[in-house]
Design a protein around this ligand. Structure first.
Ligand SMILES: *Cc1c(COP(=O)(O)O)cnc(C)c1O
Length: 424
């Protein structure tokens, strides 16, 4: 499949006149169409709710678009809770799926009325200590261990993951929580990441639904929701078949009817906590080719670097690249596309076939809408980029300005050399 950017060269040039590259650009139309399709796919379940994984793209403008469709916020830290609070997502609109949690963050979540999803059995005591009691509605995160497989295909290795409670622990946790006044229960698990198959959610659902039936039988807990969490992936590579959310929703529905309904649990709500699937394809990193270098290899240097998008540098992740305006030219030049960090891993692409790149060409790096900007850092004193929303009507809006040296040096503002430091 030919991956096409959601922005034309002409539109990109118009934006760049006002906001220089690099920046992350987001596609409002794509975001809206996708969230509508998700809601439709799970419309068979009355209580269905998506809690957007804030860590994927912590931008209030983007999350507010999802909020229009009833999405809540999945948070895992103090600042993510603060962002949710600011956009009015409180109470049942917050799912707090943290781990290794500082005790005061449980209190903050509870003060906002959010749902605490416990990563570990020892956190029952921590929540009691922090909040003075256990909230009436709580959730536990499950980790069955072993390998998570679809037939012989290993999807991920939960046995190696730090998250969640073992099977005996979650039974024990439910009993303790029930005895301490918890009235409404949820179950959560995240067993595989970036799955590009329609089978992941239905398989996970089967594991969790069967667990829910057993938990109810053995502990008498009133299970109100089952949270399939994130992990639904996107096709980063052009030859990958995208997930079909409608098929995924039908797959979960089938297991629901097979396992939960016969057990008298046909009123359980399905929750999701997707990040990547919600926004990943609807963001791109727009960057300009500023250097070319012909040594042992052919290099194109761009004005973005791993600070703006670190997935290629840390996981060797593939991100498709389009040279804007050259969409239909033959890809007969092999390049490494690099950023400027003093790290050889700072390459957006290695041995990538592209059309001939000329200096000043604008490159669109695909699928940066989730786990893109948000993973950024400041190595080499590099500054984080702006984020811009391309609206449905073709206009655009700055939704986060680029960092300036003043931001970079802000934590020295208590020292007397600060004024000298920020002089440009
Ligand atoms: C990261 C994360 C998500 C979102 O994962 P995606 O792969 O972006 O869908 C959801 N829930 C929890 C607890 C997470 O840590």
């Amino acid at each position: 499949m030919n991956k096409r950017p959601f922005v034309s060269l002409e539109k990109a040039q118009e934006i760049i006149k006002e906001y220089p590259t690099p920046f992350h650009l987001y596609d409002e139309r794509g975001i809206r169409e996708n969230v509508k399709a998700l809601k439709e796919a799970f419309s068979w379940n009355e209580g269905f709710k998506e809690y957007f994984a804030v860590k994927a793209t912590p931008n209030p403008f983007l999350i507010n678009i999802l909020r229009e469709y009833g999405c809540g916020c999945d948070c895992s830290s103090k600042t993510e809770l603060m962002m949710s609070r600011t956009i009015g997502a409180t109470g049942d609109d917050i799912m707090f799926s943290s781990n290794d949690t500082p005790i005061e963050e449980f209190k903050m979540c509870d003060d906002l009325g959010g749902i605490i999803n416990l990563d570990d059995i020892t956190h029952i005591e921590a929540v009691e200590k922090a909040c003075g009691r256990l909230p009436e509605k709580m959730s536990c995160r499950y980790n069955p261990g072993g390998m998570f497989k679809i037939s012989n295909d290993i999807m991920d290795n939960p046995g190696d993951a730090k998250y969640g409670m073992t099977t005996p622990q979650i039974f024990e946790a439910f009993k303790i929580m029930k005895s301490k006044g918890v009235k409404e229960f949820g179950i959560h698990a995240f067993l595989a990441s970036n799955t590009v198959t329609n089978d992941y959610y239905p398989m996970l659902a089967k594991v969790l639904f069967e667990l829910a039936v057993d938990l109810k039988k053995e502990t008498g807990a009133d299970i109100k929701f089952i949270n399939l969490s994130g992990g639904v992936g996107i096709p980063y590579k052009p030859d990958q078949e995208p997930n079909d959310i409608k098929v995924i929703g039908e797959g979960v529905h089938k297991v629901y009817d097979e396992v939960l309904v016969p057990a008298g649990m046909g009123d359980v709500a399905i929750y999701t906590e997707m990040g990547r699937f919600m926004l990943g394809p609807y963001g791109g990193l727009v960057t300009t080719a500023i250097n070319e270098k012909h040594t042992h290899k052919e290099y194109i240097g761009v004005d973005a670097c791993a600070v703006n998008l670190m997935r290629p540098a840390i996981y060797g992740a593939y991100h498709h690249i389009t040279v804007l305006g050259k969409e239909d030219e033959p890809c007969n030049n092999k390049y490494d596309v690099t950023g400027s960090l003093c790290e050889n891993s700072d390459k957006f692409a290695i041995d990538r076939m592209l059309p001939k790149v000329d200096m000043g060409d604008i490159l669109f790096i695909h699928d940066t809408g989730a786990h893109g900007f948000s993973m950024g850092y400041n190595y080499n004193g590099k500054l984080k980029s702006a984020e811009i929303l391309l609206k449905e009507d073709g206009s655009y809006q700055l939704i986060r300005r680029a960092e300036t040296p003043k931001d970079y040096f802000a934590t020295f503002d208590c020292f007397d050399f600060y004024d000298d430091l920020i002089k440009e």
